[in-house]
Ligand binder design. Sequence first.
Ligand SMILES: [Zn+2]
Length: 233
Amino acid sequence: MPTTKDGIIPNIIFNPLSLITRMTTGVIFEGMMAKLAAHTGTCPEATMFKKLDTDNIADMLEAYGFNRNGTERLYNGMTGEYMDAEIFIAPIMYQTLQKYTIDTVYSNSISPTDAMTRQPLHGKKLNGALKAGAMETACMSVSSINFLSEKISEHSDGIEDYICTNCGTRRVVVNEDDGTYSCSNCGDMANITKFRTSHSSRLFFNELAGMSCGVMYHARKPVFEVVEEEDTQ
Ligand SMILES: [Zn+2]
């Protein structure tokens, strides 16, 4: 870091263009005033609510042996060479924004789930899952549909469920270990179909059932539809 002839080393170096783009020219006035206050031992007001007489401040700075505009000679901290530039240097009050990557970075493989929907809780505070928003989902859908399916279903509330295609209900009893496949409606005539779904979907149908709304299920194999584009020429 550069030093003044008195050995003062600045804590922060600003790019002067940053003050213009951020429209914080008040910092320069505050710095001029603070430089003067540090030498006079006074406590002046340099807020934007009061009009500042910069010429008067410049005169007083000059009286204390500084340049009128608050610039000083700075020397290269390593070589001691004089830096051939007018550098404004002043004490200012500065607040740091404590925003570090280490506080924000977060990932997990397993997270607690919601009792109702069985979907992962969201948020770092709850040790929950990361949020896949609309933009992330769009990126995943064009890059890898398998990855999207894994994230939305298998890593979330994806389950395997059974229906009876004979009567179109979910009133089935299945125990794959025992080889039990039966339907409360059809008995041994049941035609059980296993399919992938989500627990929140099942919850929705349970709530429909709670409202006395019957839902019929029909199983069909996945169909890949090819949409033929019309020849516009
Ligand atoms: Zn049945």
